[in-house]
Write a protein of this length. Structure first.
Length: 136
């Protein structure tokens, strides 16, 4: 079985807990953060394969996290699944070199999130890592 590491950064503890429990039950390794500051700390320590990031995350917002992934060499870069309360999000497709792999309006069911994680992992992580090794 593939060990997929997922960091979920969301301010809604109840929803994040449901996601964490479901994804752990599916065999994924999950860490959580409820602020942008904690998200950046967890990116450094947990080094996820995929980041599930709430656009409206407190203490820095989702775009602040994406900016640090681009500008700070000690903040790992990984594919991002963006979640938001809004149907559209300005700047969705790209923040410099960091592209958002998928965007979903909240609430997303745990099963839908798992499907998105698996899709992004299987379609994107190997290509993402290859591109980083070429450019990094």
């Amino acid at each position: 079985m593939i060990n997929i590491r997922v960091l979920i950064a969301d301010s809604n503890w109840k929803l994040m807990g449901r996601y964490e429990m479901f994804l752990n039950g599916c065999g994924l390794e999950v860490a959580t953060a409820d602020t942008a500051l904690l998200c950046v700390e967890m990116l450094r320590g947990f080094e996820p394969d995929i980041l599930v990031l709430e656009a409206e995350l407190p203490w820095g917002q989702g775009d602040g996290v994406l900016d640090l992934m681009q500008t700070e060499p000690d903040v790992p870069v990984c594919p991002v699944i963006m979640l938001s309360d809004l149907p559209e999000w300005e700047g969705l497709h790209q923040f410099g070199a960091i592209e958002v792999a998928e965007y979903h309006q909240k609430p997303l069911s745990p099963m839908e999130l798992r499907e998105a994680v698996m899709r992004v992992y299987h379609e994107g992580v190997s290509a993402w890592r290859t591109a980083l090794s070429i450019h990094g």
